[in-house]
Design a protein. Structure first.
Length: 255
């Protein structure tokens, strides 16, 4: 009888101990930036605790979050409630590993912008610009890359929507640095809208490497534009039997 009572109390006591001691149960939580600052500093985040490897991260407008040591998380979302940019910066010699997706969502009636920058490296499984909210006014959603290395294992999706004559126009701009896409660059626009991938912004020195079997897809009824002829831009098709997108190139490599 005594042993049975001990066993019946063991689970509640263990649960209580985990709660009191703050021991992680392995469930991802959302960490939202509260100010600009260093990734692993508590002062950067609401609640004062930096992201754990399994956490979902939200970077708010006007905030620049800087990675100064190797770090990882489950996902990153750039908040979409203001036109002021959200910035992710990674220092030289540092790598940020994102287990799933990086996302910049559109806003219903406001322009939204975000940037990935620095001399370091970022890797993720997918990256998506725009497409989540039905527009109530004409607006743009622009994600700009200037980081030295951005590796997307799967798809890069640029999604523009048009609802009741209002457009949410999405653009991924590769100004400088190297971006590799292991899946497909999906330029998906509703009828009357345009989704854009461009290497003709900023310094125009970016390198885009496409290794997927189907480098591009344009599934929507609208227009998907790929601008590859920035003044010093390079596009590399590195897969087998790929179809080269029929646009003007400044520097084109087939490997």
């Amino acid at each position: 009888m005594e042993n049975a009572l001990k066993r019946s109390w063991s689970l509640p006591l263990l649960t209580l101990a985990v709660a009191l001691l703050g021991v992680s149960t392995g469930h991802a939580v959302t960490k939202t930036s509260g100010a600009s600052g260093v990734w692993n500093a508590g002062a950067t985040w609401v609640g004062g605790v930096p992201p754990d490897p399994g956490d979902d991260v939200v970077i708010k407008p006007t905030h620049t979050v800087t990675v100064t040591n190797n770090a990882s998380c489950n996902s990153i979302s750039f908040d979409n409630n203001a036109a002021n940019p959200s910035i992710l910066s990674v220092n030289a010699g540092c790598a940020l590993t994102v287990a799933t997706n990086i996302t910049l969502r559109n806003a219903a009636g406001a322009n939204t912008t975000a940037g990935i920058q620095g001399a370091g490296a970022v890797s993720c499984v997918t990256l998506t610009v725009g497409g989540y909210v039905a527009p109530t006014a004409n607006a743009t959603v622009i994600l700009t890359n200037t980081i030295a290395s951005l590796s997307i294992a799967g798809d890069l999706t640029v999604r523009s929507r048009r609802v009741s004559g209002k457009n949410s126009t999405a653009t991924f701009t590769l100004n400088s640095g190297s971006v590799s896409v292991g899946g497909t660059a999906i330029l998906n626009a509703d009828n009357g809208a345009t989704a854009a991938l461009t290497l003709a912004g900023g310094a125009q020195t970016g390198t885009l490497t496409l290794s997927g079997a189907a480098p591009f897809s344009r599934p929507g009824a609208g227009t998907g534009t790929f601008t590859a002829n920035g003044t010093s831009a390079t596009v590399i098709y590195s897969g087998d039997a790929q179809t080269v997108d029929p646009v003007a190139y400044r520097s084109l490599t087939l490997s």
